[in-house]
Design a protein around this ligand. Structure first.
Ligand SMILES: Nc1ncnc2c1ncn2[C@@H]1O[C@H](COP(=O)(O)OP(=O)(O)OP(=O)(O)O)[C@@H](O)[C@H]1O
Ligand SMILES: C[C@@](O)(CCOP(=O)(O)OP(=O)(O)O)CC(=O)O
Length: 421
């Protein structure tokens, strides 16, 4: 079929989750291929609450590759986008859409141009792993559009070239990014350790401390760490390999005590490595430090950890609670210390799975104002509150991997002309 003569638009829409590392990736041994200095492990977050949706379209009427992110056209000329497009294109197969009478031969993919529209349902570039969900969704949706036959792990090695942490968003549940040994990076890919149903008691609460764009991107921050930190060398060689084994065991056995200890220790070491960089990098702020103290104090008073915390390259706290009961008690504590501004509706302050509010007996601001101080606060020490220091909370859980959205209404591009709706 002479595709040039036709005016059809063929498209695929997919949805991909973000992930939060519990053993962190920080540092590359190869900047272009994005090969890390250590393995990492993450939990995939429920896409119902945090996800990227991407529509990719192909048509003989498109004269160049174009992309729109959150409604604004962005350039696709960057090396990372180009690597992902090139790698997926080189694996394309014949496509036949019988319903619409469209046939695309393998060789046609080199000449055909693409339109891509993507939307994140959470803040972009604010330390909530938008690049992870975004690049994973780009690779996954393109692979579906181009009928790429390779498995999810091979796709993860392509997504890795878009952003390292993106390779872990190709799977749901608990995921390991194996650093690999090969110089060409073919063995640096993600594997699923367990799916999201394996440990479905876990509840995740994210405190969005600031949704402003951060000062030091992960990419440049980790480059500076690799160049200047001796602590990173020790971490990558001596600490992480042992922690990875222990974390795999903790996940396999649903051993929350071990999971929480490893998660908190690894987050703290990642931020220590940032401090060990010249000049030092500060991603956490006073609110982040306060959240760590609140969780540490509560965990200590209970004797066993109830909640794990972890922070990426920004001040937002990701807290993983043992179960719903622990999540309810955590939310009560968080709202006691960080109540919303008086004019904020509680419904806009707690996003995602709001049912935890009911469990915590919190229907409105009045209930928040009436929360008693947590019992672990020592008598006689007045407890300070930090109204307005948290922008909002997101309640979520471990979630599934990427999916194709077959409902055409969810497409972000117009099926007639391939332009954003
Ligand atoms: N949906 C998307 N599709 C394609 N690219 C995206 C998408 N969302 C974000 N990106 C890319 O990722 C960049 C933001 O990445 P950055 O690492 O700065 O922030 P982040 O991923 O939100 O935070 P972090 O990785 O530190 O958790 C954007 O500027 C854009 O290039
Ligand atoms: C702190 C982290 O979130 C770092 C993520 O770094 P990126 O994957 O955003 O960096 P690039 O590979 O340069 O795109 C830890 C983690 O997700 O493992």
């Amino acid at each position: 079929m002479a595709v040039e003569a036709e005016k059809w638009v063929h498209m695929v829409t997919a949805q991909t989750p973000t992930n939060i590392a519990v053993i962190k990736y920080w540092g590359k041994r190869d900047e272009t291929l994005i090969l890390p200095v250590n393995d990492s492990i993450s939990v995939t977050l429920d896409p119902d609450h945090l996800c990227t949706t991407t529509t990719v379209a192909v048509s003989p009427s498109f004269d160049r590759d174009r992309m729109w992110l959150n409604g604004k056209e962005i350039s696709l000329s960057g090396g990372r986008f180009q690597s992902c497009l090139r790698e997926v294109r080189s694996r394309a197969s014949d496509v036949e859409d019988e319903e619409n009478g469209i046939k695309i031969a393998k060789k046609d993919w080199e000449k055909l141009h693409l339109h891509i529209a993507s939307y994140n349902n959470f803040p972009t570039a604010a330390g909530l792993a938008s690049s992870a969900a975004g690049l994973a969704c780009l690779v996954f949706s393109l692979a579906k559009l181009m009928n790429v036959k390779e498995d999810q792990s091979k796709l993860s090695a392509i997504a890795r070239q878009g952003s390292g942490s993106a390779c872990r968003s190709l799977y749901g549940g608990f995921v390991k990014w194996i650093m690999g040994k090969d110089e060409d990076g073919r063995d640096s890919l993600a594997v699923q350790l367990a799916d999201e149903k394996h440990w479905d008691d876990l509840v995740i609460i994210i405190a969005v401390v600031s949704s402003r764009q951060k000062e030091t991107s992960s990419t440049s921050g980790m480059r500076e760490t690799v160049e200047t930190s001796l602590l990173l060398k020790h971490r990558a060689k001596e600490i992480v390999p042992k922690r990875i084994l222990k974390m795999e065991e903790a996940i396999k056995n649903r051993d929350f005590t071990s999971f929480a200890q490893l998660t908190c220790a690894d987050s703290n070491q990642f931020h220590a490595v940032c401090l060990d960089t010249t000049p030092p990098i500060f991603y956490m702020n006073d609110t982040s430090h306060r959240i760590i103290s609140i969780v540490e104090k509560w965990n200590r008073s209970e004797g066993t950890p109830q909640v794990a915390y972890t922070f990426d390259a920004g001040p937002n706290a990701v807290m993983i609670a043992h179960d719903r009961k622990a999540a309810t008690l955590l939310l009560q504590r968080l709202l006691f210390y960080f109540p919303p501004n008086s004019d904020t509706d509680l419904n806009n302050y707690i996003l995602g799975d709001k049912s935890i509010l009911q469990d915590a007996g919190l229907e409105g601001i009045k209930d928040v104002e009436g929360l008693p101080p947590p019992p672990e606060i020592k008598d006689g020490i007045p407890s300070q509150k930090y109204k307005g220091d948290v922008s909002y909370f997101i309640c979520t859980r471990p979630g599934r991997g990427p999916v194709v959205l077959s409902n055409k209404k969810q497409a972000l591009l117009n099926p007639e002309n391939g332009l954003p709706k």
